[in-house]
Design a binder for this molecule. Structure first.
Ligand code: HEM
Length: 308
């Protein structure tokens, strides 16, 4: 049975390093072999620094997938599409590769990142790198706890991972969407605490969900808590972390799912709203600056591709 990449469902860490690459021409064979060598490198560091709880994910961009594995595509796997309604928009970048390195030690992430870059060096261009960190008790920089309603336990695996019955060839893989959001914290901090809470749909200090009847239609959790026609929740597993420095701060949004659709529907619901003018008011205080779609195959898939 295929094994998933362990960073997909792992518990949150204290630090992260996100690396986004584009692959140079005629380097596909090299890339298949180099990516297949990465899990052993990650295991070595995980053993050497076992207290750091190293968690990693290797993911292939939607535009690059056909070069990586021309034989077949995961169902519905498509590039991130630019979305715009009035002044609300989500840009699309679509990098070829995404490597997520998370642990409880920034120095371990750093040395692992150096090794990843050295291994891939001749075949890629590093397009973007972002360092994330845990803020207070798992809060976004808006001050609200982020991740509370994430699926838990075995259910988390069901939400994040493609099952054998869905797509045997891509079982234990995961569809991944990322967006780097830049917050306007100066504007956010002009709001009273109750106004901020109405925008999220939860209380700030104690992280308590509003009662259904009190939740504004424009609240972030109202716009993202969607159900299918049978009343089943369309869930995702979020692994986002804050990033930034004194000039730019925000959230590096990361979501895994067994289908690409849940994220796509949630983002549409945030930006386009419910058809009655109720869009996500969080978007007045934060702006996505990047966006990309990837597939994170199982460890066995990554190893098998390199042997072909
Ligand atoms: C700057 C960007 C974002 C911030 C600061 C943010 C923050 C939050 C916070 C504070 C919560 C409530 C606590 C929790 O359950 O985690 C939440 C919930 C949630 N967010 Fe976001 N979020 C952002 C972007 C997104 C995006 C882009 C999506 C998906 C397209 C998304 C999907 C969700 C979902 C599904 C929930 C749980 C809703 C529920 O069932 O209650 N978020 N977010």
């Amino acid at each position: 049975m295929a094994r998933e990449q362990f960073g997909i469902c792992a518990e949150p860490n204290l630090h992260s390093y996100y690396l986004m690459f584009n692959v140079l021409d005629n380097k596909n064979n090299f890339i298949r072999k180099a990516l297949a060598a990465l899990p052993a490198l990650f295991d070595d560091y995980a053993d050497q620094f076992s207290e750091s709880n190293l968690n990693t994910v290797i993911a292939i961009g939607a535009n690059y997938w056909d070069e990586y594995y021309p034989q077949a595509r995961p169902q519905g796997f498509k590039p991130f599409s630019h979305l715009q309604v009035e002044d609300r928009y989500a840009p699309a970048n679509n990098y070829d590769l995404f490597i997520e390195i998370r642990s409880d030690r920034a120095d371990v992430n750093h040395v692992v990142s150096i090794n990843v870059c050295e291994l891939l060096n001749d075949a890629v261009e590093l397009v973007e790198q972002v360092k994330g960190f845990r803020y207070l008790d798992g809060r976004d920089l808006t001050g609200f706890v982020d991740g509370s309603e994430n699926p838990k336990g075995m259910h988390k695996r069901e939400v994040a991972l493609v099952s054998e019955t869905e797509q045997a060839e891509f079982a234990k893989g995961s569809y991944l969407h990322i967006q780097r959001y830049k917050h306007n914290l100066t504007l956010w901090q002009t709001l009273k605490e109750k106004q901020q809470e109405d925008i999220i749909g939860r209380t700030k200090r104690d992280d308590i969900e509003y009662a259904s009847e009190d939740k504004p239609l424009t609240a972030h959790i109202k716009r993202t808590n969607l159900k299918d026609s049978n009343g089943k929740s369309l869930e995702i597993v979020r692994q986002s972390m804050p990033y930034g420095h004194m000039k730019i701060q925000g959230l590096f949004f990361v979501a895994y799912c067994h289908t690409p659709e849940n994220f796509e529907l949630q983002l549409k619901s945030m930006i386009a709203g419910d058809g009655h003018g109720n869009f996500d008011h969080l978007l007045k205080y934060t702006q996505a600056e990047t966006g990309a779609a990837f597939f994170a195959p199982s460890l066995d898939f990554i190893a098998a591709i390199a042997e072909n």
